[in-house]
Design a binder for this molecule. Sequence first.
Ligand code: ATP
Ligand code: MG
Length: 317
Amino acid sequence: YDLRNEDLKELRELGQGNGGSVKLVEHTPTGTIMAKKIVLIDAKPAVRKQILRELHIMHDCHCPYIVSFYGAFLSDPNICICMEAMDKGSLDGIYKKIGPIDIEVVSKVALAVLEGLTYLYDVHRIIHRDIKPSNILFNSEGQIKICDFGVSGELINSIADTFVGTSTYMSPERIQGAQYTVKSDVWSLGISLIELALGRFPFSDSSSDDSDLSDLEGTLSPARPGSIALPPSRSLEERKREKDKRNKRKSKGHIVNEPAPRLTPEGRFPKMAEEFVDSCLLKDPDARQTPKQLLKHPWIDHARKSDFNLAEWASTF
Ligand code: ATP
Ligand code: MG
């Protein structure tokens, strides 16, 4: 595909993230339906071109557990990334709609994410860096695929400051400034699996409680270097988001200092699932296994053999 903005007809919005928005579009010359991610980046033209070059690797990523890439192009202050549209959306949207996800489905999610991570690392030496339910997509064929991995170092640099919200899936070693490894993605997977199985984020339980927005009074500055203080007329929605970010920043200390979360209550989930999540959430990265090693875990083996029908499950919501 030779992608140009003029050839992409917007059908509807699929979602919004910290860095921009994602739209369902039709590539009119071919009739192909795609998801177009619009990322607003603060970078010089040379850096933008570098980002485009780096994104090119995605053309070579062919794996059933990774969202296909159609191409990327520059569009004034934005970079547009066009990928396969997944009609059931991301797993965070799914559990927010239907509640906690059946543990059999969660085991299939674990399998798909581990397969995707192993492919990215073994074939392309890519570490995902942003595993979380909103980056795990699902379609009505019952396929589970990961998206938004860190192929472009320059893109990561250019949007890093706006991506505060992501930090809560970060491993203890990353929070303490250590190098990113494939094992950091395993930690993020563990947190994500608990979130899906419980139907809520396992750390800050206050971030969803917006009853005490009064404490936001006068907090105009996000207190981040280089950020612009927002005018006092910000909407409640924006204020909630700011508060959410601060809660998440607060929870960083917890991740390092408190015991890792677990699949609780004891006995509600299969022992193998509890055990798998525990091994993802070992705080010491040396003790934690790689995605490839975890593919041999009994729970993953169980997921592979399970005849649970994901397409049928998809048709229930
Ligand atoms: P963050 O910005 O913190 O990383 P995010 O992952 O939710 O959060 P985006 O990557 O911009 O932000 O995605 C926004 C939403 O768009 C996602 O939550 C997901 O529901 C939807 N989405 C993204 N890519 C696709 C896709 N290929 N097909 C269908 N829906 C998608
Ligand atoms: Mg995303």
